[in-house]
Design a protein. Structure first.
Length: 237
């Protein structure tokens, strides 16, 4: 006896109810609708919408992905990041993030607007490998984390960003660097016998030199402290 080919049986059963042209038309329609949905999401990601809330069903939201603007601000300041409208993001938003947006919109029966991205400043000008985070506003200064991609930030980034939190931190770092540079000056370079007065004179000179370099760098490149740039869309903020 000849064996039963289940695939053929399945095809026969399908063909009794639908012809191949109808199936292809329905599949094409589904793919077209999906493509239109992705174009709509891409449009919203590139839009400069100032929408501050979305009509989410709070029973469906994951509580560990809800963040207040104050928490976002603190992280941005600690790690020297920016939190800007997604339209300023110049990197490529991955397909997985698009899929999550489609899933959220379908589950909550809404169109999400006002996307925000938290990322290093350079990612708002060109592509890089650090980790952006995509948010959508919920309302009352709360944001919902949709997707994170890329690599983790360098473990020492917070330490490197610490001097730029405020003027006091920066002055302290300059003082410490000046002190260590002064210790590296060979004894007897300026006189036969080293003295405390000579050390502090050299230290003051080193401080002025390093401070001048820092000030020139800051003004020349338009740099500012972390609290002033975390929501700024300007390069020289």
């Amino acid at each position: 006896m000849k064996g039963t080919n289940i695939e053929h049986k399945l095809q026969d059963r399908r063909n009794k109810k639908w012809d191949s042209e109808q199936i292809l038309a329905e599949v094409q329609q589904i793919l077209s609708e999906d493509s239109q949905k992705e174009e709509q999401i891409a449009h919203q990601l590139g839009s400069k919408s100032t929408n501050r809330e979305n009509d989410f069903d709070f029973d469906l939201l994951e509580s560990d992905k809800i963040f207040h603007i104050d928490q976002i601000r603190e992280i941005c300041i600690d790690y020297r990041l920016r939190f800007l409208n997604s339209s300023y993001f110049k990197g490529k938003i991955p397909q997985k993030a698009i899929s999550k947006i489609k899933h959220l919109e379908a589950a909550h029966n809404t169109e999400i607007k006002g996307f925000k991205i938290m990322a290093p400043s350079k990612l708002f000008k060109l592509e890089d490998k650090d980790d952006p985070l995509l948010f959508a506003p919920i309302g009352n200064d709360y944001y919902y984390l949709i997707h994170k991609w890329g690599n983790d930030l360098h473990p020492l980034r917070k330490l490197f960003a610490w001097p730029f939190k405020n003027i006091a931190n920066l002055v302290l770092v300059v003082l410490l660097i000046s002190y260590f540079v002064t210790l590296m000056v060979p004894e007897g370079l300026f006189s036969k016998e080293s003295s405390t007065a000579e050390f502090w004179i050299i230290y003051f000179f080193m401080f002025k030199c390093i401070a001048s370099i820092v000030i020139f760098y800051g003004f020349a490149l338009g740099k500012n402290f972390n609290p002033a740039i975390w929501k700024s869309k300007y390069f020289n903020a």
